[in-house]
Design a protein around this ligand. Sequence first.
Ligand SMILES: [Zn+2]
Length: 427
Amino acid sequence: MSQRVVFRNANIFDGSCKAPFAGEVEVTGQEITAVRRGRSTGRTRGGAGEQVIDCRGATLMPGLCDAHTHFSWNDQPSLSAIQLMPPEEHTLWCAQVAEKYLDMGFTSCVGAAAAKPRLDVVIRNAINGGQIPGPRYLANSQEIATVGGLGDVAPPHIEHEALSFGAVVSGPEEVRRMVRRFIKYGVDLIKLNLSGEEITGVPSAATVMSDEECAIAVKEAHGRGLRVCAHARSGESVRMCVRHGIEIIYHASFVDDDAIRQVVKQRDQHFVAPGLAWLVCTAREAAAWGIVPGSPLANAYEAELAAALNGLRKMHRKGVRILPGGDYGFAWTPHGRNARDLEYFVDLIGMSSMEALLSATRLGGEIMGQPDKLGQIRAGYLADLILVDGDPLREVRILQDRSRILAVMKGGSFYRAPGEKAWREPR
Ligand SMILES: [Zn+2]
């Protein structure tokens, strides 16, 4: 007999556009089997094989989804420092970070690139196999990077392939080979670095992958049923995403009106995850690591943030799907603060708190490729649920506070039941 869990007296935010309502939710096995409106009356204790939880008005909502996750970014201040962690330690690190995401209420994450070829795949398999706790995870490739572009971090006098952060290629045939290699490893997504990134010395507004290279990568990936995502900060790189059908557009900082028009026209084909935390924190909160506000580098990120917000506001108004995920995993954007993105969406893009919550729930189900199973509280959906102390619709900020996330359930099983101790940060 399947275990049944009943959440009574909950304030239910169900991930549709509906206003939250009082009610109860029944979970049987892995799925939500009933959602009932109204105040719970009657029994407060479950029968055999049944657990009844009195939510006392706490908010029950779908688990969150982070659309731009790098488990293998290890809270270091540079790409080289991330990449230099030996593979054994790096694998353990990723396992620990995966658990942290789940503990913070993220039951789904889209891998946005791994620092070593098989890290994402190994962690996804370990989560799915029940070896380690973690969110549902789409495993990504290393960043496929062009010689001298973002991800080719080796200094000019060193053979780049051996030491680099990304999988460094040049020319369509090398791109094809690299995509096939990652498909062989078992990735769910392919990541392309189309534009630069200020901090690496390659300007964000520069486009570093050619149209031919991009086209062949997408053709190979799509031909095998994989989706593609791209680091795309320049206007031209966003246009490349539209032109080649790259489903997930990361950053989109320097979108001009022409690029916006194109994204809007194809808005059902794309997701945009801007990664605002990276821009905000690099410009304003990285002084301890030498990026002092007012310095040329910090100013460049301020300018990029302003450009990005301008474009994002326009795209949001025109119905483009914008999702949270802030490139966490650098020293000044440590893992675990991911729900900050929702605050940025409200304060900086002008989303309503309803829209911000939907971007992390319903749109999360869509980007995970399971819109009929994930991201909402509805009968027949997987029971990925979090119980939140307070009303995140009034104050999205509370989702950043671990102590306010009272319970986390994934697929009908509690990672953390109400009253259980939160995951503890290792010393
Ligand atoms: Zn990233």
